[in-house]
Structures are given as C-alpha cells and as structure tokens.
Design a protein around this ligand. Structure first.
Ligand code: NDP
Length: 299
C-alpha cells in the first residue's frame, strides 16, 4: 500500500483530492491520534475532521507523529453552525487551524446548511471565499446541501463549491443530487460510505446496514475481499470520494486495501439497485441552532 495507489479526484479549481480517506466523526479524542497516525502509515493521505467532532487537536497530533510531511496530506475540516455569519466564521476558521496546528487546510467545508438562518450560512461561505483567496484553504465546499440550497448558495456567492459531502452508501445513493453535482462540477464525497449511520443510530442493529446485504457479501466471497472493501470499491468505481471511519487498526488497513480488484459494470449496477432512497441521518433541512444546539468552544 503506497500513496501512489490512491486514485485522486480533480476538484473544480484543479486541486486534487485522494478518493479515499479516513473519517474521524465519533472517534474518541483519546483514540484519534493513533487512528490518524496508523492510517497515514498505511498510506492514507486524506483525513476528514470537523470543528464539531472535538478532535481536531488529536488529528493534528496524529499527523505530526506519523512523520508524513504535511504537504503530502490532504486535511479537511468543517465550520460548525454555531460559527456561521461572516465574523464568526473568521473566528471558527482560525480556531480550527490553531487546534490542528497547521497553517492551512486543503478543504474547508460548511458542515450543514441552516435553512432557518440561510443568510448566515451564505455569509459564512463568503468568509470561506476569503480563506481560499488567501491560500489558507486550498479548496472550499459544503456538506449536507440539497439542490435548492446548493443553487441558492451558488447564486449568492462567487466560488462554486468544490465538494458537497453528503450521506451516500449502497442503501442511499442520491442519484438526483449526484446528477446536479455533475452538472455543476462539484465532487460528490460520501459520508457514512459503509452505511455506518444506519448501524449507529439509536435502536438500529448491524443487520440494517449494507455490510450484511447478500448482494455485497456474495461479491465479497467471490473476490476474497470483505463486505466493507466491496462497498468502498463501489464508491471508487463511481468516482465518489469516500471517508470511512474506524479507530481499529485492522479495519483502517482493511478499508484502504481496495486497489487490487475491480467491480464490473454489472456488479456496480447490482449494488446501485440496493438503493432504498431513504436517508439514515437526520434531515439536513431540519437542522438549526434550536434543534441542534451544540456550540463549538473556540477559546
Ligand atoms: P462509516 O460508514 O464510515 O461507518 C463507520 C462505522 O463502521 C464505525 O462504527 C466503524 O467502527 C465501522 N467500521 C469501519 N470499518 C469497518 C469495516 N471494515 N468493517 C465493519 N465495520 C467497520 O460511517 P461514518 O458515519 O462514521 O462516516 C465516515 C466519516 O464521514 C466520518 O468519520 C466523518 O468524517 C464523515 N461524516 C460526515 C458527516 C457530515 O455531516 N458531513 C456526517 C457523518 C460522517 P470502528 O471505528 O469500531 O471500526
């Protein structure tokens, strides 16, 4: 496993982003440094964190401990909604850089649209445009934006988002949104690429996720790979970005060992057909400071 084997996607400003990276949502801070260090030693070159994950410091520490030069690593972080509005976004961004211990990030995302305060969402994005102009973010984008808010944001700002990071796995494949991304030149990056959200939501059990679906497990048996590897290969075949999360070294390695096999067009279509069209996560259009009062501490 070497970095050279990681396919890259080209963003709309020419910057390249590894197609596969490590996510750290719900990675406990005390396990995050080791997870990041392990991933980078295994060949990962993309780490996806967020101010709201409360582990940016540990991500930074993992990067430093890995010994991999900073300029070989693609670091994504996200602005949380408690820092929306132009001036607040400046504070939130500075705080993320400080916690990560870096001078710039490779991708800076608005974590969510806030439909009830959309002017603040737009102002936060305008602040992100200045980080891009200053070179403190190599690319900027959004997360969890549906078509309407994506179009409104684009109509109100100068820089088309490079990425929209959205829930995407074999049970929720988002074909309409992906088509819009293709039309607008936006890279689709999958969160919960393994369907994790279907498993860790309260009340769920492991049998709800795609990793136990017979279509996936049969392909895994056929190729001598694991269900997670088949699902991640499906993301790669489609040209999505994917950022699976694990804090377990054997799974971190497993999730990156997907470059020695391919799926046929028919097999990809067979996985596409598993789509249930139902999101496992909370409806992004319902999210607001009132419904989700988490505040990031930037002190
Ligand atoms: P994933 O689909 O990555 O699933 C993660 C879950 O699957 C964890 O419980 C993990 O457990 C387990 N797992 C990991 N690898 C394997 C494997 N090979 N076999 C079996 N189980 C496995 O879901 P996430 O929701 O965590 O999404 C991934 C990343 O996407 C996040 O870390 C974050 O970076 C991003 N994200 C972004 C969101 C947004 O709003 N922008 C929302 C949610 C996620 P364990 O750690 O114990 O291995």
């Amino acid at each position: 496993m070497t970095p050279a084997t990681t396919p890259a996607l080209t963003l709309n400003n020419g910057v390249t982003i590894p197609a596969l990276g490590l996510g750290v949502f719900q990675s406990p801070p005390e396990e995050t440094t080791a997870a990041v260090e392990t991933a980078l030693r295994d060949g990962y070159r993309l780490i996806d964190t967020a101010a709201a994950y409360d582990n940016e410091r540990e991500v930074g520490e993992g990067i430093r401990r890995s010994g991999v030069p900073r300029d070989e690593i693609f670091v994504t972080t996200k602005l949380w909604i408690s820092d929306y509005g132009y001036d607040s976004a400046l504070v939130g961004f500075e705080a993320s850089l400080r916690r990560l211990g870096v001078d710039n990030v490779d991708l800076y995302l608005l974590h969510q649209p806030v439909p009830t305060h959309f002017e603040d969402t737009i102002s936060a994005y305008k602040a992100a445009e200045t980080f891009l102009a200053e070179g403190r973010a190599r690319a900027i984008g959004v997360s969890n934006f549906g078509p309407e808010h994506l179009r409104t944001l684009i109509d109100s700002t100068d820089v088309v988002p490079a990425v929209n990071q959205v829930e995407l796995h074999p049970y929720f494949t988002q074909p309409a949104l992906r088509e819009l991304h293709a039309e607008l030149g936006i890279v689709t990056q999958a969160w919960s690429p393994l369907g994790g959200v279907l498993v860790y939501v309260p009340g769920a059990d492991e049998s709800h996720g795609p990793l136990t679906d017979p279509v996936i497990t049969d392909l895994a048996a056929q190729y001598g790979k694991t269900p997670a590897q088949v699902v991640l290969r499906w993301h790669i075949e489609h040209g999505f970005g994917a950022i699976p999360k694990s804090v377990k070294p054997h799974r971190i390695a497993e999730n990156f060992d997907v470059f020695d096999f391919t799926l046929t067009v028919e097999e990809v279509a067979g996985i596409d057909a598993l789509d249930k069209g139902v999101s496992g996560g909370p409806d992004p259009e319902q999210l607001s400071p009132e419904t989700y009062p988490k505040v990031v501490d930037n002190s």
